[in-house]
Design a protein around this ligand. Structure first.
Ligand code: PEP
Ligand code: MN
Length: 336
């Protein structure tokens, strides 16, 4: 529930309302905003009877928010959040961030080469998967902790912060030891226990949209992270499953402006998993930036034709450099 106070409500009246909320065993969260004084009510498991609150002096109205997400919504947090992660800033007013690197960490040379290419072209964060959620058990499953070490080594060699996926709670400790940003993948978007633990870790989290998740489900999943006190959450659209098989997924670009309206959290786009096709990646990466994405995440491999995972959608080092040249011009045009 949102309690909206009169414009001329006194500080005492606001305090009295907060107290009344607490007496009901609920949490009162002051909501900053220039146009109104509002108090968010959290902690209820169902409908809140607002009869006593409505009668208090200074209260203009009580708005019942029936969405499964509150902390991630603009209702409860009107100002846009800028997420700072290892010196990189994602969000409104910030130059969009480019995350790049291979789908999977394969060996030391591949990772060092990839890191060099990402850095040289102007990428700001290095990606690479050590724990891979593969569709079938016979596919390369990732190097595990050994891979985390190679990712860290390559990031350090080029001065790039690193992001990698965590699939299970028991991998969190190792991933937090080696990475700067945690990635929760599409397949785990609704792994609520993992979300809770990732929230408690205090690490910045990149949350990818589940392949069949509605926007409401996506935001409700992010709510689990914020409910643990972790506000450093970056959302990522990576394509959704539709009837269309010509592309790996269908890139739902309209979620970018929509989520920017609905939530204060930054949102980036992964055009690699969204399309599955290398020739489509650069154009959709640029489209994402035009749509207002706070960044992009692109798969880059030194030798895409030899990649152990997702080679068909990976850009080569040269392909990435060429995209970055275009991104540079586009960002200038967009005023960055
Ligand atoms: C990935 O980014 O490596 C990945 C597996 O993506 P998704 O979870 O979006 O499929
Ligand atoms: Mn991949």
């Amino acid at each position: 529930m949102l309690i909206v106070m009169d414009h001329n409500a006194t500080e005492e009246q606001v305090k009295a309302v907060q107290k009344a909320v607490e007496v009901m065993g609920l949490e009162a969260k002051p909501i900053p905003g220039s146009e109104r004084t509002a108090i968010g009510v959290l902690g209820n498991q169902g409908y809140v009877d607002d009869a006593t609150i409505r009668e208090l002096p200074g209260v203009r109205e009580c708005i019942h928010v029936s969405k499964p997400y509150k902390l991630v919504s603009r209702d409860f947090h009107p100002e846009s959040t800028v997420v700072e992660a290892a010196g990189v800033r994602f969000g409104d007013g910030q130059r969009p961030v480019v995350i790049a690197g291979p789908c999977s960490i394969e060996n030391e040379k591949q990772m060092l080469d990839a890191a060099r290419q990402v850095k040289a072209a102007g990428g700001q964060v290095l990606r690479g998967g050590a724990f891979k959620p593969r569709t079938g058990p016979h596919s390369f499953q990732g190097l595990g902790v050994e891979g985390l070490k190679l990712l860290r080594q390559a990031g350090d060699a080029e001065g790039l912060p690193v992001i990698t996926e965590v699939m299970r709670i028991d991998q969190l400790e190792a991933v937090c030891r080696h990475a700067d940003i945690l990635q929760i993948g599409a397949r785990n978007m609704q792994n609520f226990d993992l979300l809770k633990e990732a929230g408690r870790s205090g690490f910045p989290v990149l949350l990818k949209r589940g392949m069949s998740a509605t926007i409401e489900e996506f935001l409700a999943a992010a709510e689990y992270l914020l409910a643990e006190g972790n506000e450093r959450v970056i959302l990522c659209e990576r394509g959704i499953r539709t009837f269309e098989r010509a592309t790996r997924n269908t890139l739902d670009l309209s979620v970018v402006p929509l989520i920017r309206q609905m939530s204060h959290l930054p949102i980036i786009v992964d055009p690699s998993h969204a399309t599955g096709k290398r020739p489509l990646v650069p154009v959709m990466a640029k489209a994402a930036l035009v749509a207002g994405a706070h960044g992009i995440m692109v798969e880059v491999h030194p030798e895409p034709e030899k990649a152990l995972c997702d080679g068909a959608q990976s850009l080569s080092g040269e392909g990435f450099a060429s995209l970055m040249g275009e991104v540079e011009g586009l960002l200038k045009y967009l005023g960055y």
